[in-house]
Design a protein around this ligand. Structure first.
Ligand code: SF4
Ligand code: SF4
Length: 193
């Protein structure tokens, strides 16, 4: 077979005598592998073992249910912000006290790209990214989650809500002389509710 090495090419690496033997490097590689056999593993036997992804992980978006009531007021901001138009809803009102709520709220999980924009814009902290990433469908219709599968109790979402309270929008409005009093939803202290 013709060699591709151009004779006299200074950029070509010269092999030492030991390098030309190959075996020392092969044994070095084998010793490295054997050493790691007896070390603790860092991989997980998924799906039997699940990783702890922490509150910063953005899994499927869910609706927050608090004291058996949904926080969502069906303002539609999340649907507007959603890049792949995965959210759809139908608003309604209660009579007394007058409160808006979503009669229908659906997220198409096949469209969702887990960007978190819906969570970012929600004035009520009513939609948050949950740690749930492990779900599948046998039919496209199964992927459209309604309120029955979206509403999750606040206690189960507390790590994410704490994470948001700590990390979210610390600089919001600072560069545009924003009045913090106007930022009701982000400054709202839900811990006293
Ligand atoms: S996470 Fe992003 S893509 Fe998914 S529903 Fe929210 S805004 Fe839409
Ligand atoms: S932005 Fe929040 S309150 Fe408004 S419709 Fe979406 S989930 Fe409901």
């Amino acid at each position: 077979m013709a060699s591709n090495i151009i004779k006299g090419d200074k950029s070509e690496r010269e092999l030492t005598f030991m390098g030309k033997l190959y075996f020392p490097e092969i044994f070095k590689g084998m010793a490295f592998s054997i050493k790691h056999i007896f070390r603790p593993t860092v991989t997980l036997q998924y799906p039997e073992e699940k990783p702890d992804l922490g509150p910063e992980f953005r899994g499927r978006p869910v609706l927050v249910k608090e004291k058996d009531q949904e926080r969502c007021v069906a303002c539609g901001l999340c649907a507007r912000a959603c890049p792949p138009l995965a959210i759809s809803m139908q608003a309604n009102e209660t009579a007394d006290p007058k409160e808006r709520f979503p009669e229908v709220f659906e997220i198409d999980m096949l469209r969702c790209i887990y960007c978190g924009f819906c969570e970012e814009v929600c004035p009520e902290e009513a939609i948050v990214m949950s740690p749930d990433y492990d779900f599948n469908f046998v039919d496209r219709k199964d992927a459209v989650y309604g309120k029955d599968r979206l509403l999750i109790d606040k206690n189960q979402l507390q790590p994410r809500l704490n994470f948001l309270a700590e990390k979210r929008n610390k600089q919001f409005g600072k560069n545009i002389n924003f009045k913090e009093d106007n930022n009701g939803h982000i400054l709202r202290d839900r811990t006293n509710d």
